[in-house]
Write a protein that binds this ligand. Structure first.
Ligand SMILES: Nc1nc2c(ncn2[C@@H]2O[C@H](COP(=O)(O)OP(=O)(O)OP(=O)(O)O)[C@@H](O)[C@H]2O)c(=O)[nH]1
Ligand SMILES: [Mg+2]
Length: 451
């Protein structure tokens, strides 16, 4: 139920200097006053000091700072109080317990943001951006989430919606003046508007692949023959010795995953078992797992020693791989003094984990391979970052296409125009003009308590 008083710890439990508890709802101030003897509503939004007590037990729990907010000037749009307690496991839990004893209930995950949405403080895309910002591990993710929180995507969707409404208005002119020869609106103008609209929709839809990849991290799979230096490279990119490295071919048996940031972009880096035919059951399974990762890869980082030519088997493998391949020539330090130098072709990256040579270049090339469009732009701009976004854009695009088709086939304009209405609805669903509980449940399913 909206506006009953909810409370939750907004910071993660554990050892810390302070912890923040949020309280929101119509009677939030009364609940806070029961726990904070010095509580005063005014001046609003001012940090004040108070003791925190358990009202029923009369027990002193902490000395806290609190800030009172008055509806609608708060995150949720309701009366709110934010209480900064000392951190750790006991104190915040006890202060929260005292608030619950005073009439609050524990907030559900994402409930504060859900209330903000219900009270018009945020739209659905902005609410999603709050979740994305919290989940961000790479700067480019932060940039995209902040842009979306600042209504970058909402504004863009709003423009598309206006564009459809303008087209609808032009078409309605035709409905109102059917007897005029070519209508008051030249057909070329309508056709031009349709073409421009389709181009705008396509433009935004074109950001979905890299946008979704940006949210989830691009899957970069390190592959190559046993002993090629895959695990060494994996560790070097990670900055720690996560994978076991030995001189024995077949060391890595399982796929190991770790998050890595390259030039601000997020990657899920996978170290795999070296590709070869093996009699060893465990190793064979490992190779099978490698192949499965390779099928899903956004980019394959193929490792081969710089001092040798690629084998026929490796060439067959490279010809069959469907993802873009970044060729890495490893162990560059072993080439020093060897006549003839590296066997690397243009575009290959020459690296050595011993000297660190080539690692910066490799990170750059990874970013370019994983995020071809985004890495080339300074600013990520509005992006579709979820399947929900992509499906809505696809629906709008299909409806506009359908409108164009039906319109040319002699169907009444009024009927054709229903497709434009449907396209508008698809975009409005995306922003969350009208939301269903089911949709909200899905959007907020991944939120943490206290947000
Ligand atoms: N000199 C030199 N040796 C390297 C370099 N990279 C890896 N090695 C050595 O090459 C051997 C194999 O390295 P790994 O990283 O375990 O190779 P891998 O491709 O993961 O091998 P498997 O897990 O068996 O498939 C080890 O002895 C490493 O120390 C490098 O840049 N320079
Ligand atoms: Mg290995």
């Amino acid at each position: 139920m909206l506006s009953d008083v909810i409370a939750a710890l907004a910071t993660p439990p554990g050892r810390s200097g302070i912890a923040l508890i949020r309280v929101s709802g119509r009677a939030a101030h009364d609940v806070a006053a029961a726990v904070l003897p010095a509580f005063r509503r005014e001046p609003w939004r001012t940090a004040r000091l108070s003791k925190a007590i358990h009202a029923a037990r009369g027990e002193l729990l902490d000395e806290v700072l609190y800030v009172a907010y008055r509806a609608p000037s708060s995150y949720t749009g309701e009366d709110m109080v934010e209480i900064s307690t000392h951190g750790g496991l006991l104190v915040p839990a006890e202060v929260l317990g005292a608030l619950l004893a005073a009439g609050a209930r524990v907030a559900e995950p994402g409930e504060f943001t859900r209330r903000a949405l219900a009270n018009g403080k945020l739209d659905l895309l902005q609410a999603e951006a709050v979740g994305d910002l919290i989940d961000a591990t790479a700067p480019a993710q932060r940039q995209a989430a902040l842009g979306q929180l600042d209504r970058g995507l909402s504004g863009r969707i709003g423009q598309l919606r206006d564009q459809i409404l303008e087209l609808e208005a032009l078409v309605c002119y035709e409905i109102d003046f059917p007897e005029e020869d070519s209508g008051p609106v030249p057909p070329a103008r309508i056709e031009g508007a349709i073409a421009a609209l389709r181009a705008s929709l396509e433009d935004l839809r074109g950001t979905a692949a890299e946008g979704e990849r940006l949210r989830e991290g691009a899957l970069a799979v390190i592959a190559g023959r046993p002993n090629a230096g895959k695990s060494s490279l994996f560790n070097a990119l990670l900055g720690n010795e996560r994978a076991i490295v030995t001189h024995i071919p077949g060391t890595t048996r399982d796929a190991i995953e770790a998050p890595v940031t390259c030039k601000g972009f997020p990657f899920r880096l996978i170290d795999t078992a070296g590709l070869r035919r093996s009699e060893d059951v465990v190793e064979r399974i490992g190779v099978e797992v490698s192949r499965r990762y390779l099928d899903a890869a956004d980019v394959v980082v193929f490792c081969a020693e710089a001092e040798r030519a690629l084998t026929g088997e490796e060439q067959v493998f490279l010809a069959e791989v469907s993802a873009p391949v970044l060729m890495v020539r490893t162990k560059a330090d072993l080439l020093k003094g060897v006549s003839g130098g590296a066997r690397s072709a243009e575009g290959d990256v020459l690296v050595s984990v011993e000297t660190g040579e080539g690692l910066v270049a490799l990170r750059e090339r990874l970013a370019e391979h994983g995020f071809t469009k985004l890495a080339g732009r300074g600013d990520v701009g509005p992006l579709l970052t979820r399947e929900r976004h992509r499906l809505a854009l696809e629906r709008a695009f299909q409806e506009v296409t359908e409108f164009e088709r039906v319109r040319g086939s002699g169907v009444e304009v009024v009927i054709a125009a229903t497709h434009l209405r449907a396209a508008v609805t698809a975009l409005e669903d995306l922003i969350g003009v009208v939301t269903t509980d089911d949709l909200l449940d899905r959007v907020f399913a991944t939120f943490c308590v206290g947000k």
